[in-house]
Design a protein around this ligand. Structure first.
Ligand SMILES: Cc1ncc(COP(=O)(O)O)c(C=O)c1O
Length: 375
């Protein structure tokens, strides 16, 4: 198998700036913590962790971790879960297991690049299903989704809550998409890595709980803020698919990191506490952001995210957004992600609200705008 795949624009961009820019105003992960802070959630866990065995673990994932992950769902058991390295490995493996060259897939757009790029590299035709900016915020048109379906369509790819718009499928939309997919016998891959930090108070079901041919992607990196663990998972009731995913994992990571699996168990046993902490950080930062955007109504168009730590903000400037973001990071050390990363030439940037130092970074952004006569 030889695969030619395009550069991952976001990772190439972050590779230049993520560990050198002092003011990260675009990150999509929530504030992280140290190992000792995490272990402090359970009194006896520190000694247990230090005595943990550093051999291989089970390929589908540590049994206790799979049980705890299954507990997040309404209808899953440990046997319906395969643990992977972060969320990127399972996206790559799933697409390679399911798709054949010339399959047709439909993918929400804009979206995290690997969700369509891997399918494209396999040789599939990818049709974008747009998330549109409407009068009352972002919206999806289900009639357009159904109109995109063809006889050779195999898969619908979703990301809910969505990176970069912060749009989340409503319960009604989840149900309707499941119904449309069932009618045409399609798989639905739903990247739900931002699930758990809902800002409108409404809890949504995981997609795979709702649909037999649905696959849910979860991870510790985003809503939980534990990206360094590199622990993610796929959940589905399709046993044949799960078996193929395990066989694919034999060629990628074989098994996950044993210490990370143990730490992920502790984190997920305290899932509610961790998510509450991160929602509180996001809510506080969104308030600061809204005050900021209200000061400059002619310059920005801000749609509050329904869930997750990111928003896609329109900025009314003449200059190309790439040039603006390059100047901002070079002169002021503030990192924003331009919309070209998402394949768009409209003037948007992605802003992230999950970090403790958000206000400090936003103040630097404002200073840059003032000093350079944008406001
Ligand atoms: C929607 C989405 N899916 C998957 C990933 C990859 O997650 P991870 O870094 O845990 O592999 C990201 C990371 O930004 C993402 O935004």
């Amino acid at each position: 198998m030889s695969m030619k795949i395009n550069d991952f624009k976001l990772e190439v961009f972050f590779g230049k700036h993520e560990f050198s820019a002092p003011y990260l105003l675009t990150q999509s992960d929530c504030e992280s913590m140290s190992i000792s802070q995490l272990l402090a959630f359970e009194a006896e866990s520190q000694e247990e962790f230090l005595n943990g065995w550093l051999g291989y673990t089970e390929v589908p994932g540590d049994p206790e971790l799979r049980r705890v992950i299954a507990g997040l769902y309404g209808t899953m058991g440990a046997e319906d879960i395969v643990v992977h390295a972060g969320a990127q490995e399972p996206i790559f493996n799933f697409m390679n297991v399911l798709l054949e060259p010339d399959d047709h897939v439909i993918c929400q757009f804009p979206i995290y690049q690997s969700l369509f790029e891997v399918a494209d590299a396999i040789g599939c035709e990818v049709s974008p299903w747009p998330i549109e900016a409407g009068e009352k915020g972002w919206r999806l048109d289900l009639a357009k989704l159904e109109a995109l379906i063809r006889p050779d369509t195999k898969l619908i790819i979703l990301n809910s809550p969505n990176n970069p718009t912060g749009y989340t499928l409503t319960n009604n939309e989840i149900e309707q998409i499941a119904r449309i997919a069932a009618r045409h016998d399609l798989y639905v891959f739903c990247d739900e890595v931002y699930k758990g930090v809902e800002l409108d108070g409404e809890k949504r079901p995981w997609f795979a709980d709702h649909y037999e041919k649905g696959i849910s992607l979860g991870v510790m990196s985003k809503a939980y803020g534990l990206a360094g663990l590199r622990i993610g998972w796929l959940a589905t009731k399709d046993r044949e698919l799960l078996d193929k995913l395990v066989r694919m994992k034999h060629y990628t990571s074989i098994c996950s990191s044993a210490p990370s699996e143990k730490l992920a168990v502790i984190a997920l046993k305290h899932s509610d506490e961790l998510l509450r902490r991160n929602v509180a950080i996001i809510e506080k930062n969104l308030k600061t952001a809204e005050d900021f955007f209200n000061r400059y109504p002619d310059l920005f168009e801000f749609i509050r995210p329904m869930a997750g730590p990111v928003a896609f903000v329109k900025m009314n400037i003449e200059k190309p957004m790439d040039d603006f973001c390059d100047e901002l990071v070079a002169r002021q050390g503030v990192l924003l992600l331009p919309s070209s990363i998402y394949g768009l030439d409209t003037p948007y940037f992605r802003m992230g609200f999950g970090r403790e130092n958000f206000k400090e970074s936003l103040d630097q952004f404002e200073q840059f705008l003032i000093e350079n006569q944008y406001v």
